[in-house]
Design a protein around this ligand. Structure first.
Ligand code: ADP
Ligand code: MG
Length: 476
């Protein structure tokens, strides 16, 4: 029997990071804990109030459109999408129907249909004992961007990597925090199965899955639906419906039959003028775009010879990538032949570890790029060992001091004075006759044991290569 092939299209909602809401000047603050604080007559839908367009939100969507190679619609307008639900105070949502801000574009090889702007709904809190529901309108009217792809995605992995790359671009552009767990980026999966039958493509009915608030939910729901729909199609037809994802049972569950566009009675929003995007100076917005993840990846590959997970560990964070570049450019001040390998390791594992451990961010970092470059040079040139390096970095992190000052004041520099090292080594040779005997009988590996002993005696302040060299000289 021919295999069913999944066809997937995504609809992704993104809360934009603006000072104020989409159509009024109530604060847009996702951190607000007190319900119904960031509200006003406009976002509460009081009769007689009028909306005004948030220019920053429009600019944010235009930037996204540009970053994704879409066409910025010269003429756009807003429309009312009518439906009745307690989280929607006006009884309609202002959205865009037939003239979205952005048309087309692509990401990860997937074509985009459109990107438009609308407003978020409030939040309903249901009493688990069934006593009733409460509504918080802090989120009502928050600018919400919606991106719709063409149905060109073929697997869960493709869907997840699409969503991850979009998240990264949104963060680079600074238009959204795009945290899925906090509902700032919400993915809806549309999925249908199809198969070739006697030379004809037979397309099954699509199902929409909502409430996906993590990447693993996106992938889990696609895997689950692929199996479920194939099972249904053995004997019958898949129902055109909206399903939700149960994060505990790892299954999708039927929520409601799918509404059609005409159910919403879309019509142009009479309280807002049409928008001509030329008036927002799109050329200036284009110039303001940062280097995007895709371009940075290509450049880092070429300039720093990085790839795979090493490359990604920098690309994932704009500030980290910038710090890396600044530090690398400082290495030459110390040694023109030095590579950036050591610097990369101390930056992406140790320094990032310290930042995470302390709960701070790159913006608050006291370590200066030239100091990290200096540390990397001190390690590469053998003046300090890896054990000291970790201590020095921690001090640098705490105080912002130069590593040279730290190793001087804390007396951490490796001992390089030959006679001083010989004294220690002679002492070790005397105290370890068995290992020495083994070595002399040809068990050359036992020199490592002796080096270890010497390192301990020196409290780590020795260069292992150098110590080994002296042992070998004294024992032969
Ligand atoms: P609707 O009118 O039901 O909202 P649309 O054609 O507007 O459907 O598409 C909504 C989403 O569904 C888009 O992301 C699109 O890529 C996706 N989609 C459309 N057709 C299919 C299909 N046959 N299988 C899977 N996804 C699809
Ligand atoms: Mg839709």
């Amino acid at each position: 029997m021919p295999e069913y092939i999944p066809t997937i299209g995504l609809e992704i909602h993104v809360e934009l990071k603006t000072e104020t809401k989409m159509f009024c000047d109530s604060p847009n603050n996702p951190e607000e804990k007190n319900p119904n604080t960031n509200v006003c007559p406009v976002c509460l839908g009081h009769p007689g109030t009028l909306p005004t367009i948030n220019k920053k939100a429009v600019e944010a969507v235009i930037k996204v459109g540009m970053a994704l190679g879409g066409e910025i619609n010269k003429f756009t307008k807003f429309d009312r999408k009518n439906y009745f639900y307690p989280d929607l105070p006006k009884g309609y949502q202002i959205s865009q129907y037939d003239q979205p801000l952005v048309i087309g574009g692509s990401l990860n090889g997937v074509k985009l249909r459109r990107v438009h702007l609308e407003e978020d709904t409030g939040r309903l809190l249901h009493d688990p004992s069934g006593e009733g529901s409460l509504v918080d309108y802090n989120r009502a009217g928050v600018p919400l961007m919606e991106l719709v792809t063409e149905p060109e995605i073929k697997s869960a992995e493709e869907a997840v990597s699409f969503a991850k790359e979009l998240q990264l671009i949104l963060r680079y552009l600074g238009v959204s925090t795009a945290d899925m767990e906090r509902g700032q980026m919400r993915v809806e999966v549309n999925i249908s199965l199809g198969k070739w039958s006697k030379g004809n493509w037979k397309q099954g009915t699509k199902v929409e899955i909502k409430n996906l608030n993590s990447f693993s939910a996106v992938s889990g729901s696609i895997e689950y639906e692929t199996k479920r729909q194939a099972e249904v199609m053995k004997t019958g037809k898949v129902k055109h419906e909206t399903r939700g994802w149960d994060d505990v049972k790892h299954v999708t569950v039927s929520q409601r039959s799918k509404e059609e566009a005409h159910d919403y009675r879309y019509f142009p929003e009479p309280d807002l003028p049409p928008l001509e995007t030329e008036s927002l100076n799109p050329e200036a917005l284009k110039i303001s775009l940062p280097e995007l993840p895709g371009d940075k990846r290509e450049r880092f590959k070429k300039e720093y010879n990085l790839e795979g997970s090493k490359l990604e560990s920098l690309i994932i964070d704009q500030d980290l990538a910038e710090f890396f570049e600044e530090s690398v450019s400082e290495i030459k001040e110390f040694d023109s032949n030095s590579s950036h390998q050591t610097l990369f390791n101390y930056l992406t594992s140790d320094l990032v570890g310290l930042i995470k451990e302390s709960g701070t961010s790159f913006k608050e970092l006291k370590v200066k790029p030239e100091h990290l470059a200096h540390l990397s040079f001190l390690i590469d040139s053998g003046r300090i060992g890896s054990r000291q390096a970790k201590d020095v970095l921690r001090k640098m992190f705490e105080t912002g001091a130069d590593p040279e000052e730290i190793i001087k004041s804390e007396n951490l520099e490796n001992i390089s004075d030959e006679s001083e090292l010989e004294t220690v080594i002679k002492k070790i040779i005397e105290a370890n006759p068995v290992a020495v005997g083994d070595y002399k009988k040809g068990k050359t590996a036992s020199v490592q044991f002796l080096v270890g002993k010497a390192m301990a005696e020196l409290r780590g302040r020795g260069n292992p290569e150098k110590l080994k060299e002296i042992f070998v000289r004294l024992l032969t």
